[in-house]
Design a protein around this ligand. Structure first.
Ligand code: FPP
Length: 249
């Protein structure tokens, strides 16, 4: 099995995933789209557990984008209900696996029940140390960048910071992702080759991995394949191959 081939000393610290293909998976089976989302929960469990077992420190899952609010009302409502139910049911598994839960995104758009459930699970799991599972909910990178820009502009206007203080570090620290390292690896399922407004700033140097597997079929073995592929790459960060130290090769 490919898990043994993974070099545990060169794991990505942070993996970000665009979980895509739930709707197509359901359609292939002649079922409603929500059936695909419901079956996507198993993949969420597998990947969270798989990352925690290996020693990956952060996993961000794109669960609902700002743009997803434009989907038919019936699907949006069903997704919100599923999210609330999943968070409630999975808190025990998070505790068992030592996983801390966090969320990024526009909370003001989420139903009250969803925010309550989320806050409760975040509070219960806050001392877990193995891994942090970050749900991107009602999230888009442009939304985050616009808010960070407003925040910085306000502080500059109030005289708290000077224009010269605006640098990459300040922007990093103002985004909702400020508690976490930038993802080294981004995985997207279902064969779509897009970033779709996900972690645009944070993924400046991420390795991108695309697979045709539809999200409800995604299992630990697929995750291992993606990590092995990541480990076969040379991360140059703009340098030449000769400039890299052996451990970066
Ligand atoms: C994309 O597939 C998937 C989503 C918009 C929702 C993902 C949600 C879950 C897997 C439910 C539970 C998740 C958590 C984290 C508790 P799509 O609908 O765009 O599929 P399509 O492209 O085939 O139409």
């Amino acid at each position: 099995m490919s898990k043994e081939k993974i070099d545990l000393d060169r794991l990505p610290q942070h993996i970000a995933i665009i979980m895509d293909g739930n709707g197509r998976w359901a359609k292939e089976k002649g079922r409603f789209r929500i059936f695909g989302h419901q079956n996507g929960v198993k993949a969420v469990r597998e990947v969270s557990e798989g990352c925690a077992e290996l020693g990956v420190k952060c996993l961000t899952l794109y669960a609902f984008s700002t743009e997803n609010w434009n989907r038919p009302r019936i699907e949006v409502n069903a997704l919100m209900t599923l999210l609330v139910k999943t968070i409630r049911n999975e808190t025990k598994t998070l505790m068992k696996n030592g996983i801390k839960l966090d969320a990024i995104g526009d909370r003001s758009m989420l139903p009250k029940e969803c925010v309550q459930e989320l806050d409760e699970a975040i509070e219960i799991t806050k001392n877990n140390k193995n891994m942090t599972l970050i749900l991107a909910l009602s999230y888009s990178a442009k939304w985050d960048i616009v808010n960070a820009t407003k925040n910085i502009a306000k502080r500059a206007k109030n005289g708290e910071i000077a224009i010269e203080d605006i640098n990459e570090e300040l922007i990093d620290n103002t985004l909702t992702t400020h508690n976490y390292p930038h993802p080294e690896l981004m995985i997207r399922t279902s064969g779509e080759l897009r970033i779709s407004n996900f972690l645009l700033w944070e993924m400046a140097y991420s390795e991108l991995y695309f697979t045709t597997v539809l999200w409800p079929d995604y299992r630990k073995e697929h995750l291992y394949e993606a990590i092995l592929d990541y480990q076969s790459r040379e991360r140059r960060f703009g340098k030449t191959s000769d400039q890299l130290s052996p451990e970066n090769k």
